[in-house]
Design a protein around this ligand. Structure first.
Ligand code: FES
Ligand SMILES: [Fe+2]
Length: 325
């Protein structure tokens, strides 16, 4: 039974009810940064990520002995050692032994979670029995992509409202100076909600003026939410495509940590220095693009009864999400 957000509401506001931590794939970190065990915290759930012989594993974060934090332990001889009494855990979560030599009790195991590495980054799924691979962009080999340095931020907004941002078509004009052209095309399944739309770049700031000059006046965006916690964004201008992956980590029922990975397709080796600079500039523009969401979105509350016809896509998305998450 998933934990449900039971936080008191203010006034007559009645938000939809979503799990505190939706089941799904989450970004952990760059594989290269897993030299020591790493804490992963999602709402009230704790996990530990670590690598043995360059293979990554994710286990429950607390030791089944006296609940010490396993991410404060160390990896030796293929095992994760608990920092408090030294019980040793195999990557599959079984306890391989104790320093006293006593047989560990039958309950001395932690759950192990499915992991995947995409473009050098570790992801894990919160359901130990989950079998299918994590989502990625259509017809894109992660190994063909060149990454910008990832960035993350925290915002006072529940995870489900962060994920709804890309389907809040009304806010693109007010917050981002992007005017919707026509109606968004929708694709829906049990696990995916996707909207594709074109926008005219109408801002007068230097970034928008430069965007129009270099990339043209129109951008086509595809926003694909997978289970609500992972959002894949494809942004197309003329012949150039930028890929963005947003992993939304619940902190509390009303606060989220958002990890953002930005890529472009790598060109020929000769152009690699130019490509590396290009993808950094794109990430910088995207970070600036997201700033109004962080500022204007701080502490927002959603109330269906106050929505307009212009909020229809957002409402459709949240209806889908409430059936999915
Ligand atoms: S708390 Fe982990 S071995 Fe005792
Ligand atoms: Fe936005």
């Amino acid at each position: 039974m998933p934990h449900r957000d039971a936080s008191p509401t203010r006034g007559v506001h009645t938000p939809p009810v979503f799990p505190l931590v939706p089941s799904g794939w989450y970004h952990v970190a760059r594989m290269a940064s897993l030299r020591t065990p790493r804490e992963v915290r999602l709402g009230d759930r704790e996990f530990v990520a670590f690598a043995v012989d360059r293979r990554a594993h994710v286990l429950d974060g607390r030791c089944p002995h006296f609940a010490a934090m396993l991410w404060r332990g160390s990896v030796r001889d293929g095992c994760l050692h608990c920092p408090l009494h030294g019980w040793r855990f195999l990557p599959d979560g079984r306890c391989a032994g104790t320093p006293s030599g006593e047989e560990p009790p039958a309950a001395a195991r932690v759950r192990s979670y499915p992991t995947a590495v995409l473009a050098g980054h570790l992801f894990f799924h919160t359901d130990p029995g989950h079998e299918s691979a994590p989502p990625f962009f259509d017809a894109v080999d992660p190994d063909d992509l060149l990454a910008a340095p990832p960035f993350a931020f925290e915002v006072e907004m529940p995870w489900w409202l962060v994920s709804a941002n890309g389907f809040d078509s009304q806010h693109f004009l007010a917050a981002h100076d992007r005017r919707l052209v026509g109606s968004p095309a929708l694709v829906r399944s049990d696990v995916v909600f996707e909207a594709r739309a074109a926008f005219d770049v109408i801002g007068t700031g230097w970034r928008d003026r430069l965007t129009r000059l270099v990339a043209g006046p129109r951008v086509e965006m595809t926003v694909r939410s997978v289970g609500g916690g992972l959002v894949l964004v494809t942004s197309r201008v003329r012949r150039s495509v930028t890929y963005g992956l947003v992993s939304i980590h619940p902190v509390t029922a009303s606060r989220s940590r958002v990890s953002t990975l930005i890529w472009k397709r790598a060109g020929p080796k000769l152009l690699r220095p130019f490509d590396a600079l290009d993808v950094r500039v794109r990430a910088d523009f995207i970070r600036a693009f997201l700033q109004p969401d962080i500022e204007a979105g701080e502490g927002i509350r959603y109330d269906r009864s106050r929505s307009l016809g212009a909020d229809a896509l957002l409402n459709q998305y949240l209806d889908w999400l409430s059936r999915t998450a």
